[in-house]
Design a protein around this ligand. Structure first.
Ligand SMILES: [Zn+2]
Length: 216
């Protein structure tokens, strides 16, 4: 049996790839908007945790739940690139009688996630992963060797996922005069909360335009 401790440790989305964390959060809220309440289950698994799962139905009681043992790094969960979800509306965590899981799968696909329900063997409806390295972990293994080495590259990805500046004071000092000018002239308005939603790329373009005199 998988101990509760194992489950609690692996249910930490913060241990996953930064982009997956963002996508998991977006999935939960997009599902909610569509009347589908989900929770995030299994996320990142260590070698030991994967081995404990692999033992299920083999050397431990229960039925087989995975074909990937720990040291082979064959599960996307070991690379921090996958998470599982469950139904959280009180109708049973894995109750799919009304097509619940396919509806969530559809939303996840639109967010750029690979859905396990689209696979043929095994069909894994509660599973999502980042699509960039293929369905299996062969490419990840080839490129990075181990999940630890892979994790060392995550920081760059975090920088690539651009920071959002919602308020003038948050903006870099080089951009503040331009943002202020655009707000004063009402060329720039935020959303209903006043949030500006500006990225670095947008700020750079605005400042270039400002220097070119486009806003004078
Ligand atoms: Zn999974």
């Amino acid at each position: 049996m998988v101990s509760d401790e194992v489950i609690i440790i692996s249910r930490n989305i913060k241990k996953c790839h930064p982009e997956l964390q963002i996508k998991a959060e977006k999935l939960v809220s997009a599902c909610k908007v569509n009347g589908l309440t989900i929770g995030i289950g299994e996320c990142y698994r260590t070698v030991e945790e994967q081995d404990a799962l692999y033992a299920k139905g083999r050397t431990a009681p229960g039925s087989i739940v995975t074909y990937a043992n720990g040291i082979s790094y064959s599960s996307h969960h070991q690379w921090g690139t996958a998470f599982d979800f469950y139904r959280n509306d009180g109708k049973g965590a894995y109750n799919d009688s009304d097509g619940f899981f396919s509806k969530v799968g559809e939303i996840g696909r639109k967010l750029g996630l690979e859905w396990g329900g689209d696979w043929t063997s095994p069909v894994d409806k509660p599973h999502f992963q980042l699509p960039y390295w293929g369905s299996t972990t062969v490419r990840l293994k080839k490129l990075y060797g181990t999940p630890e080495k892979f994790k060392e590259t995550w920081k760059e990805v975090e920088v690539m996922a651009e920071k959002i500046y919602n308020w003038t004071v948050e903006c870099p000092t080089w951009a503040i005069p331009t943002v202020q000018k655009l707000l004063n002239k009402k060329y720039l308005v935020g959303n209903e909360k006043g949030e500006l939603g500006l990225t670095d790329t947008m700020l750079k373009l605005l400042v270039i335009n400002d220097r070119a005199g486009l806003y004078d």
